[in-house]
Write a protein that binds this ligand. Structure first.
Ligand code: DAT
Length: 254
């Protein structure tokens, strides 16, 4: 039988298993990629360790009055998650830099809020509800829900809450121009941003059911993560299998 001369010379004697070689290089670059991810970017700087959470974190955002707190609290009960209402947390723990007389609200201290939430977020199983989303570390969330309400419905909700003047106008405009949806899409991967209507009680029930199912079906993303020690162990195993003749060039590990 004739053999192709190209094929016969293409593979050096010392490396008869190029696919395994390739595999090891993949592991190596995986390590590099992991370390770059853990240290990369300003929003990753709060913690260098990659999360090992087994339950997801969900951010529920939207203009004030769209129903974040109502929906989040029902969802927390239905899916056995912790609910953090960031507005309440800021008031209760004093995570602010004083009072804004113009907008009649506290000036939130974003760093203090993130520090307060960090440990819980690392554990997973949290629903965070807040009318802003661009200052949280991106790595915290597996799903970002943006609640949306028709302007006339929202207007009635906000006036019955006592909003008036600039505060009322700003919030209605915020909803008209879909500011929170845009902020969410700019701050998180578009595939994890989920806009949901929140006009009536049927919407609440449907949203809670949809999100409960999503949470219960969530599995941690599979990440090929090999540390150098594990790779060396694998190299030794291959050497034993091939009776001391390791066919793989492992220059990157030597
Ligand atoms: P947010 O947390 O976004 O400020 P909320 O949960 O406090 O909003 O709700 C504001 C008010 O509107 C409150 O009285 C409950 C009501 N509400 C919220 N979502 C609703 C919905 N989908 N249908 C009817 N009423 C709703």
């Amino acid at each position: 039988m004739l053999h192709s001369p190209v094929a016969a010379t293409a593979l050096p004697q010392s490396a008869p298993f190029p696919s395994l070689s390739l595999l090891f290089f993949c592991f190596y670059f995986n390590i590099l990629a992991e370390s770059a991810q853990n240290g990369g970017g300003p929003r990753m700087s709060r913690s260098r360790s990659r999360s090992r959470r087994v339950r997801p974190n969900v951010l529920v955002t939207g203009t004030p009055g769209t129903g974040k707190t109502t929906m989040s609290s029902l969802l927390a009960d239905a899916a056995a998650m912790r609910h953090f209402n960031v507005g309440d947390l800021v008031r209760q723990k004093g995570l602010h830099d004083g009072w804004d007389d113009h907008l009649h609200c506290h000036v939130i201290n974003e760093d203090m809020v993130c520090d307060e939430l960090e440990d819980s977020m690392e554990e997973g199983g949290n629903i965070v509800d807040y009318h802003g989303c661009d200052f949280f570390p991106e790595r915290w969330f597996d799903l970002v829900v943006v609640l949306q309400t028709d302007n006339s419905v929202l207007h009635d909700r906000l006036t019955s809450r006592g909003y008036m003047g600039a505060k009322l106008t700003n919030n209605i405009e915020c909803e008209i121009f879909q500011v929170l949806l845009e902020e969410a899409r700019e701050s998180y991967a578009s595939e994890i941003v989920m806009p949901l209507h929140s006009n009536n009680v049927e919407d609440i029930s449907r949203n809670v059911a949809t999100l409960t199912e999503w949470i219960n079906n969530w599995r941690p993303p599979v990440r090929l993560k090999f540390c150098l020690k594990e790779c060396m162990w694998l190299k030794h195993l291959v050497q034993i299998v091939f009776e001391g003749q390791c066919p793989i060039h492992l220059l990157v590990f030597d």
